[in-house]
Design a protein around this ligand. Structure first.
Ligand SMILES: [Mn+2]
Length: 437
């Protein structure tokens, strides 16, 4: 049975809230591996990644997408050989000593007599849809692999980005060792096939993204309530991130970019140390992560409360470009077509040399989410639309970014922070709120 007709998969498409959607996603990915392997037996190793000391652990997005599990040191094993069609989930062994430091994670029991592996595995099974008999301890990885490694031709792997530059992580070591001892096998990246699946969001994912977006919109409004000349960029960042956390976000989706004056022209500026001045524009490119799904919203504000004539001219050109791109976004078109609509509008306004980045990226479990840009947009894809004009010699940068859901008939703007220049000036004209300190 193909994934499209499997009942679990159909449920997933409509509800997205039961554990069924993880089972459906795994089935859909297995179908893609099967087609990609061209009838040859294959196995796939999808790791959650390693935890690093004093850092917030975020599971590998593909692992999380397929299991809903946030534990480090876990593995999803999938295989299709003449002998087996299997799904095995290996979880970290329960470690009460470690849990005292970092809290509980979904685990498999196993290290001490007072842990109850069966109960833990039943819980993991209920949450992931993997039969509890197919849930084990991460240390069993070698046992799980022994036989299938002899039976397959193709191995799909993900490589979690969990390692500081210049170091080789455990997964990379493991992959190198597998390759060296199995030279007859073909190793392929799982990321592309999984990415194309993740690219189209289900209802439940879209709801999670809307929640992250509503909080991010609220943080933009909080900036409008407090912004004044002399405020440090990092104070604005603090207001943004305070709002994120107080409204229930777990984290930022990416380092907050608060760029004023000359730094409004630096695309990924995240030092945020400058003191704003009257007459500056300040770019606030921010997004929170909630339930591991991301939002990404940019607004550009005049610090003094009013745009100069020149700033307003540039601002309105960017807004018109964003509207043009929004109008072009619909099923069947490519992301580059959406970009072209924005670029044409900016050219028409005479600012062509000052727009030098792409207009859109996918958004989801990652701020720059997975998926091929060669595929046409389809209902359920979520992209950002974020044209900008950056005139460094005038210290004048403007970017406006919203998150957009492709629908059956066109596109829906999902983020609603104040965007019109007149409305922004009106909101900045109110008495500014004071801070806690
Ligand atoms: Mn963005």
């Amino acid at each position: 049975m193909s994934a499209r007709t499997a009942p679990s998969h159909r449920n997933a498409r409509t509800s997205g809230v039961s554990t069924d959607h993880h089972a459906g996603r795994r089935q859909a990915l297995k179908d893609r591996f099967k087609a990609d392997a061209g009838g040859r037996p294959w196995l796939a190793l999808i790791f959650s990644g390693e935890e690093r000391n004093l850092q917030v652990f975020t599971p590998d997005p593909t692992f999380y997408y397929l299991t809903g599990v946030e534990s480090p040191n876990a593995l999803l094993f999938l295989a299709l050989t003449p002998r087996q069609d299997s799904e095995i989930l290996l979880l970290p062994a329960t470690d009460p000593a470690k849990e005292r430091w970092t809290g509980k994670v979904l685990s498999s029991g196993g290290l001490t007599p007072d842990c109850l592996p069966d109960a833990l595995r039943a819980e993991a099974g209920a949450r992931t849809g993997v039969p509890s008999g197919s849930i084990g301890i991460f240390q069993q990885i070698e046992d799980v692999l022994v036989r299938p490694m002899r039976e397959v031709d193709v191995v799909y792997m993900n490589f979690p980005e969990d390692t500081p530059p210049g170091q080789v992580g455990w997964v990379q070591h493991f992959a190198d060792r597998l390759r060296a001892s199995n030279p007859h096998l073909q190793f392929r990246h799982a990321a592309r096939l999984a990415g194309d699946l993740r690219r189209v969001k289900e209802g439940g994912e879209i709801e999670k993204m809307r929640a992250a977006m509503a909080i991010t919109d609220e943080a933009q409004r909080a900036v409008l309530g407090h912004l004044r000349p002399g405020m440090k960029e990092y104070e604005i960042q603090a207001i943004v991130e305070y709002t994120f956390m107080s409204l229930g976000a777990e984290h930022v989706a990416f380092p907050s970019i608060i760029g004023s004056g000359p730094y409004s022209c630096i695309l990924h500026y995240d030092k945020n140390r400058r003191t704003t001045r009257r007459g500056d524009l300040v770019i606030c490119d921010i997004g929170c992560r909630k339930d591991l799904y991301c939002a990404d919203v940019t607004r550009t504000y005049p610090v003094s409360g009013k745009f100069t004539k020149r700033q307003r001219q540039v601002y309105d050109a960017v807004l018109a470009a964003q509207e043009a791109a929004l109008g072009a976004a619909k099923p069947g078109v490519l992301v580059k077509d959406v970009h072209q609509a924005a670029a044409d509008a900016i050219s028409k306004a005479g600012f062509a040399p000052y727009f030098f980045h792409g207009t859109s990226h996918y958004l989801g479990i990652e701020a720059h989410d997975a998926g091929s840009y060669d595929l046409p947009l389809e209902p359920g894809t979520v992209i950002t639309i974020e044209p900008g004009i950056y005139i460094a010699e005038e210290e004048l940068g403007v970017r406006i970014e919203d998150d957009v859901l492709i629908t059956r008939t066109g596109a829906e703007r999902m983020t609603h922070a104040p965007r019109d220049a007149g409305e922004i000036e009106k909101l900045l004209g109110r008495p500014r709120k004071t801070l806690v300190v």
